[in-house]
Write a protein that binds this ligand. Structure first.
Ligand code: NAG
Ligand code: NAG
Length: 279
């Protein structure tokens, strides 16, 4: 998997040498692979109405075929109380109080969430159910997301991460995009189906059960699980350059230093879609 970054790195080193902040290894300035990685593949994945490539198209493009999806059912709950069904839209505010508005249901060019809109109308609507209380390790569906093939608002290990593990001092990170479901508390699922991989043909590991929700404050927070099952620090950042991507990382400062950009850290809330509505 890291052959590809190495190749691209070799091709771009000359142009980047002057611009990159010194780190333990020099990185391209973009969190995503080069746009060339999207060539050919994007023909079937429009930004406005992204759709997964059919296996027929993937064959024609020389991409690996998608595995059939198996529906993962939630384990039975012993709670006698009926589950709470929540539908809400995502509001993003920087830790410095910058208001970024509402998360859009559209993906960026790499099939990641991270486009924002000022109006709550038509914003990305999340849907999830949980036993009464403050749920954690939940998978959340993007009810009006771009693709029913990747229905979960999940995390996709990023192209330039050196491993699947987050830690203080590491810029390792994961994009937020469309994923399939992974089990609560599980380590990254190897090459799980996801929107980024569908758009680029580059397999990446995923986790969907990363979310905690506070029904009182509406706070939506993320918790990554490392390969050894540990729960590292997890922060949400807005990659607010040409990437227009949301990502999670264990160390915001390390990420900023590695990519030479002051990416804002975000606090997300998931609020009722229409003012006054309770769900
Ligand atoms: C990203 O956000 C930071 C913090 O608000 C800001 O300083 C920076 O100019 C923004 N970058 C871009 C490319 O807009
Ligand atoms: C069918 C098609 O669009 N092929 C293109 C794939 O991408 C390469 C590199 O950008 C082009 O040279 C091909 O024409």
């Amino acid at each position: 998997m890291h052959l590809v970054p190495t190749l691209i790195h070799a091709l771009t080193t000359a142009t980047l040498a002057a611009a990159v902040t010194p780190t333990r290894r020099s990185l391209p300035l973009s969190l995503n692979p080069t746009p060339q990685d999207l060539s050919n593949v994007t023909t079937g994945v429009s930004m406005r109405a992204p759709q997964a490539l059919t296996n027929a198209k993937r064959l024609a493009l020389g991409l690996p075929l998608l595995k059939p999806h198996r529906r993962v059912t939630a384990p039975p709950t012993s709670s006698p109380l009926p589950p709470v069904h929540q539908r809400c839209i995502v509001r993003a505010v920087g830790t410095d109080n910058t208001d970024f508005g509402y998360l859009s249901p559209l993906w960026n060019a790499f099939n990641e969430y991270g486009l924002f809109q000022a109006s709550p109308d038509g914003a990305l609507e999340l849907a999830f159910s949980y036993p009464p209380g403050s749920p954690s390790q939940i998978s959340i569906t993007a009810a009006n997301g771009p693709s029913a093939v990747y229905p979960f608002f999940g995390a996709i290990v990023a192209f330039y991460s050196t491993s699947n593990d987050f830690d203080l001092g590491s810029y390792n990170h994961a994009y937020l995009g469309g994923t399939t479901q992974t089990a609560a508390g599980a380590p990254p699922s190897p090459e799980g189906s996801n929107s980024f991989s569908a758009g680029t043909g580059i397999p990446m590991d995923i986790e969907s059960a990363i979310w905690s929700y506070d029904p009182v404050t509406h706070a939506l927070t993320a918790q990554w699980i490392n390969t050894d099952g540990a729960a590292p620090p997890t922060h949400i950042v807005y990659v607010n350059d040409s990437n227009h991507a949301l990502a999670i990382t264990g160390d915001v400062v390390a990420l900023r230093v590695a990519f030479g950009a002051y990416y804002p850290e975000l606090l997300l809330t998931c609020v009722p879609p229409t003012p006054g509505t309770t769900t």
